[in-house]
Design a protein around this ligand. Structure first.
Ligand SMILES: Cc1ncc(COP(=O)(O)O)c(C=O)c1O
Length: 343
């Protein structure tokens, strides 16, 4: 079958061979369901190695489930969640965070998807006022939906702000591996040591078939999360197949290798695009995403050969993404098609 390359999302990449093989390896005989199996124990041990011995991790099916169950667990329905106006929890989860947590979502304007404590400050006037929902969770995305990476200092300042005001810091880490590769820091430094309370750890965009993890930095916050997970319909009975995937991803730093490669391919793509005057890159390229504006006729032509998303139709802005399996040849054939489409 012809290899069909898509530059729309890292979600379109296949399952990594090592991950698929790991699933096959555990596909032998019976294993106790719902995570009471040795493969899950081993995968959870690897998570403790990465995030620290105090952390506790729970596997779920998908990113929306990770975000929604993590946020619901830390809130009551009279609370409010604060995020950027670009956040996945705001745009792409069909209102699930609001439906399942019952919380109000406050979205703050941001060009690159990052938010800052001084934007949250005005919301604090609601604290203690019985007519207003009470801000409880700050949710940030690392890396953001616009491909921007929070520095450790930026994360720490949000975490300090959250603590000061009796709030929690949630991180949507659907692309946390790409962010860690960009910053060249460990996950422990970026999450546990920076004061993030709960993380949605992404696996699917980085080589898994399916599976994300909810990682609590503080064991007290994780108390009873298993009930929240079950109520959120995110408890896998055949857990061993999610655990085996994570074991493969976390072993020998495959997660980092995959993310580094995806980022590197985006840099190559950027370098080649910058040689084309008709295409304007609109965001710094920090992870595996490129946002660009180009003539609408060229978008139409290019779409006949490569699938990708128009991000902001009003200004003909598109998003191109690379993934762990993007090759240099893919990039070069994309560039050739782009140049042809611009003629
Ligand atoms: C920032 C972000 N968070 C979370 C998700 C997870 O979404 P899903 O529920 O489709 O796994 C995605 C997927 O596109 C994402 O981009």
């Amino acid at each position: 079958m012809k290899r069909f390359k898509i530059f729309a999302s890292d979600n379109n990449a296949p399952v990594h061979d090592k991950v698929f093989n790991a699933m096959l390896e555990v596909n032998e005989g019976d294993a106790i369901a719902y995570g009471d199996d040795p493969y899950t124990d081993e995968a959870l041990r690897l998570f403790k190695e990465l995030f620290g011995s105090e952390s506790s991790t729970y596997f779920v099916f998908n990113g929306t489930g990770a975000n929604v169950s993590a946020i619901s667990h830390l809130t009551r329905p009279y609370h409010a969640i604060v995020s950027s106006d670009k956040a996945h929890i705001h745009h792409d989860e069909c209102g699930a965070p609001e439906k399942f947590s019952g919380c109000k979502l406050h979205v703050l304007p941001s060009d690159n998807g990052k938010i800052k404590p001084n934007q949250i400050k005005p919301l604090l006037h609601s604290l203690g006022f019985q007519h207003h929902s009470q801000p409880k969770v700050i949710s940030i995305t690392q890396a953001t939906e616009m491909g921007a990476v929070y520095s450790l200092d930026e994360i720490k300042s949000l975490a300090d702000f959250a603590k000061e005001h009796d709030m929690f810091l949630h991180m949507d880490g659907a692309r946390i591996a790409n962010a860690a590769a960009y910053l060249n820091v460990s996950l422990k430094e970026m999450v546990t040591m920076s004061g993030v309370d709960v993380l949605s750890f992404g696996g699917t965009k980085n080589g898994l078939m399916m599976g994300e993890a909810v990682v609590f930095s503080n064991p007290l916050l994780a108390i009873d999360y298993e009930y929240t997970r079950k109520q959120s319909m995110q408890l896998a009975s055949k857990m061993r197949y999610i655990s085996a995937q994570f074991k493969a991803l976390l072993s020998d730093s495959l997660w980092l290798e995959n993310a580094r490669h995806a980022n590197h391919m985006a840099k190559l793509l950027e370098e080649k695009i910058r040689e084309i005057p008709e295409v304007q890159i609109t965001q710094p390229v920090q992870i595996n995403a490129i946002f660009a504006i180009l003539p609408p006729a060229a978008i139409e032509k290019l779409l006949k050969e490569f699938f990708f998303y128009t991000w902001d139709a009003s200004r003909h802005e598109v998003r191109w993404m690379t993934s762990y399996n993007t090759t240099e040849e893919d990039v070069m054939s994309f560039i050739a098609a782009l140049k042809a489409a611009l003629k």
